[in-house]
Design a protein around this ligand. Sequence first.
Ligand code: SF4
Ligand code: SF4
Length: 442
Amino acid sequence: MQTSFTPAQLLDPDVASSEAILRKCVHCGFCTATCPTYVLLGDELDSPRGRIYLIKDMLENARPATAALVPHIDRCLSCLSCMTTCPSGVHYQHLIDHARVHVERTYRRPWRERALRALLAHTLPYPRRLRASLAGAIVLRRLLELLPRGMRAQAARLPEPLRALFSLVPERLPPAALDLPAPAGAARRGRVALLTGCAQSVLSPRAQSASVRLLRRAGWEVVVVEGCCGALVHHLGRPRHAHSFAAGLIERVVAERDDKGLDAVVVNASGCGTHVKDYGFVFRADPVLAAAAAAVSAMTRDITELLHASGLPQPVTPRALSIAYHSACSMQHGQNLDAIPRELLRAAGFVLVPFGEGHLCCGSAGTYNILQPQIARQLRDRKLDHIQCTSAQVIATGNVGCMVQLASAAKLPVVHTVELLDWATGGPPPLALAETAASAAR
Ligand code: SF4
Ligand code: SF4
């Protein structure tokens, strides 16, 4: 694609990067077929190619984002399915990230949208705030259930994004403290840092405990590094907020590496993993953090990637369960890791059942299921319809956002991949399985 940025514009490293990306696009449109929003809406402007044209026009002309353009950018899930499909190697991820920042800098959203986005940005990445908000929402929901039906219907007339937010609140909160097992025996392989993240540490602490057990059983010494990686606010187009989270995490990881040495940084939420692996690009022009950020990115592995390379611990009990493995977009498109988690599950004795449209997003996409609830719901239901047509007994995935999104409507238990691998190699059964068995027995 021809571009006409001026030399002065190209002095900005973000514009220079986007220009190089735009020039790779040959307008072939292959990407449209695998884009979830184009599949659902059928509008070229809600396809990767359409968005690329809109972004090019906006950036080339240094034009503020308009009310006509913003919905098309907002409707993009950043699922990166288009990157997997594109034969020309268009790095759509960096282009849409740049566009989101440009939108937030040049467009004044209606106050409700601004308030909701600010609420999400100042709650979700902070485990204590998120936990307190979820506890409040659970109490509120129980109080609402005590009201007479007519009053309940009145009270439930919340704006749609708030209803979507409520629908994602779990029945009860998992325990606050991480149940981290003590080291058993000497670490044979080396030392790794496990990132516990923000929302996952509140919503799925069992995935963290299972990860630690699994890694230790595989011979790794595990040190836990806490804190948000910045991915959630990065996708909201808030670079300063995202950079401050990322800078803190980079400093903590580098301190660990310089103190006792690190062989890898391990991530068990693929949305976070995709972002941490991109730190090298995000901080490329930062005079202080560029080298450290690139080093952290280079050391980062999804937990399945590390276990696959170093060897899964020997399965101790055959678990003849049929699993529908949902490959999170950030796993299959963001990190090009589709086969490895499946191979590990099979090696642990599980039976994987195939289902249709595995490349399409489930609608989670960070905060997308709250900001774009209608499209998110359609994608979730489409995914679950496909899974429901199989003989699967459990849904497994490697990203906490997908777990919450699918669990909000799934008839099957939804678990993290590491919970299954931990169980098969000597750990406790995933809680979601035990709860399903208990409710079936009642
Ligand atoms: S990231 Fe996903 S939703 Fe966005 S344009 Fe690409 S395929 Fe479509
Ligand atoms: S597939 Fe790649 S080259 Fe073709 S239109 Fe889409 S982004 Fe452009």
